[in-house]
Design a protein around this ligand. Structure first.
Ligand code: B12
Ligand code: SF4
Length: 465
């Protein structure tokens, strides 16, 4: 570590100013930069991490100033983009940080690199960060060329230079476990515990997804599937169980049950080593069956999220989701029968969706009756097929630096207000269903109120159509 650069990794998410998330209060640590920190340390480059989640912007910039790194790497996603731009500006205007080189990475940068460069980012790492970030700082520090570093774009003599794409990291087993010790995980555990009565920790076992859903960003890991050996995953679980005290685990993997062979190995490993875990994961109905559900149960899964996004097969096909809606229903029902909670995601306002599709979606939810569901309205993330296919018909063109892709209005069948009432209608109808099936208790007046609210939302949908 002699004469090695001073490296700092950070992000720009501030929980306190995120009103919606402050209510939900399910914060997760920035796993990406913890992977990077572990990788650099393995290469003998000491790395600091500043976690911005529980501090504010002023404190953040003060900590960065005191650290005075040679290189600062900032994680960037769609939600944190505006904060990241503000941070770049503050770093550039801080006399103590004139020597600091700014490097961006994360899911938002690949398809917005020109804009980020034009807004002050000197180096951008596209895709997986470990190798590119390491090569970049090592080469700059050793005065070597950066021309041949894959997955990098940078500014040279005022021009943006785009190097070739980074090849995917194939050997997941060679990756060190995230350097969770670099941040205060207890703050996350406390926040969860206070609001939900149980703390959670996030773990990643796979990279990439082989599927094709048109609205989903594959900017980092591409259309691929790479996984860590089940033995090593269980090693990591045991390691964090020894280090921390938490109640549940969330696997951030895109499709947890994509490989049945891996799931069996994982379950055997958990069972043979008598590891007790309680976990939540996301998957697809077409990668589930009764045997898979049994393995999930045996390995400690208490909640599984089964994506479908719509109850209308037509919309599912428009999204290129490649799943049969009946299978989704069956798997939600089967999951619950086996004593695992089932959750599902719903997206309204996908281009081509009509009112009868929304009615189909409500019917789908009523038939499958998941324990949980979330509803969002569709928006196009740059780089996705949904974005590319609809770009010429966007209803607005918000200023890039002060907005996010969530502000882009797709050409949809109905008005924004219509979808707001559609969301309320579905939520109210589902609460009524849960009341009817004795899943929730309501007083007579609460029931009446809910009934009226539901009818009202439906009427307002008609008005705002
Ligand atoms: C877990 C998760 C969440 C969690 C926790 C978020 C968090 N704090 O980490 C929750 C549920 C809160 C969440 C919410 C949202 N999420 Co989310 N989420 C994920 C998910 C499933 C896993 C993230 C993860 O931990 N990955 C594992 C780590 C190791 O990967 P990574 O972070 O990408 O890091 C690698 C590279 O990006 C790079 N890298 C990362 N940081 C840096 C920094 C530097 C300097 C460098 C060089 C490289 C680098 O190197 C890392 C290792 O190779 C991803 C999908 C996915 N498979 O990654 C979506 C994903 C990140 N989410 C996404 C979105 C859209 C959202 C929301 C905006 C959704 C919404 N509400 O509308 C919100 C925004 C939340 C917020 N406030 O920031 C998109 C991001 C698209 C984009 N362009 O930004 C993704 C990619 C999903 C998708 N496929 O579309 N999310
Ligand atoms: S939505 Fe899920 S299944 Fe579809 S491409 Fe994205 S990660 Fe894969």
């Amino acid at each position: 570590m002699i004469n090695s650069p001073k490296v700092l990794l950070t992000h720009a998410y501030y929980l306190a100013i995120d009103e919606k998330e402050s209510k939900i209060m399910k914060p997760y640590p920035p796993l990406g930069i913890l992977y990077l920190a572990a990788y650099l340390e393995k290469k003998e480059i000491a790395t600091d991490v500043i976690d911005s989640t529980f501090i504010d912007f002023e404190k953040h910039i003060e900590l960065i100033k005191n650290n005075a790194p040679d290189f600062i790497g900032i994680y960037t996603n769609l939600m944190t983009k505006i904060n990241v731009l503000k941070l770049i500006n503050a770093i550039k205007n801080e006399p103590k940080l004139v020597h600091t080189k700014i490097i961006l990475g994360g899911p938002e940068v690949k398809f917005n690199s020109t804009n980020f460069h034009n807004n002050g980012a000197e180096f951008i790492v596209k895709g997986e960060g470990e190798e590119t970030f390491h090569e970049l700082i090592s080469n700059i520090w050793a005065n070597k060329t950066i021309k041949t570093i894959q997955g990098l774009s940078y500014i040279e003599n005022g021009n943006i230079i785009e190097n070739e794409d980074r090849k995917k990291l194939l050997d997941m087993d060679s990756l060190p476990t995230p350097a969770r010790e670099k941040i205060n995980l207890q703050l996350y555990f406390n926040a969860w515990k206070e609001k939900h009565g149980a703390s959670t920790i996030s773990v990643s076992t796979m990279r990439g997804c082989p599927y094709t859903c048109k609205w989903c960003s594959r900017a980092v890991y591409g259309q691929s599937y790479r996984r860590k050996n089940a033995k090593l995953v269980v090693d990591e679980l045991q390691k964090i169980q020894n280090q921390y005290s938490f109640d549940t685990i969330w696997f951030v993997d895109d499709v947890f049950t994509v490989s049945h062979k891996w799931l069996l190995e994982f379950t055997n490993e958990i069972t043979n080593r008598k590891v007790k875990i309680k976990y939540e994961c996301i998957t697809r109905a077409d990668r589930m069956n009764e045997d898979v559900i049994k393995l999930l149960k045996q390995s400690g899964c208490y909640r599984v999220w089964i994506g479908a996004e719509s109850g209308s097969q037509k919309v599912i096909d428009l999204m290129d989701r490649r799943v049969n809606v009946n299978q989704v229903r069956e798997m939600i029902i089967e999951t619950r029968k086996n004593g695992i909670e089932a959750g599902t995601f719903i997206m309204l306002g996908y281009p081509g969706e009509k009112e009868y599709d929304i009615i189909e979606t409500l019917n789908h939810l009523k038939i499958s009756n998941p324990d949980y569901f979330t509803i969002t309205t569709a928006y196009p993330i740059k780089g996705t097929e949904l974005y590319l296919e609809n770009e010429s018909e966007f209803m607005n063109s918000p200023d890039w630096a002060s907005s996010s892709d969530r502000d882009i209005k797709l050409k949809t069948e109905y008005s924004k207000k219509y979808y707001q009432y559609a969301v309320r209608w579905i939520n109210n109808e589902m609460k009524l269903l849960k009341f009817k099936s004795n899943q929730i208790n309501l007083s007579a007046s609460q029931h009446l109120k809910l009934y009226i609210k539901s009818k009202l939302s439906r009427s307002l949908m008609r008005i705002y159509k």
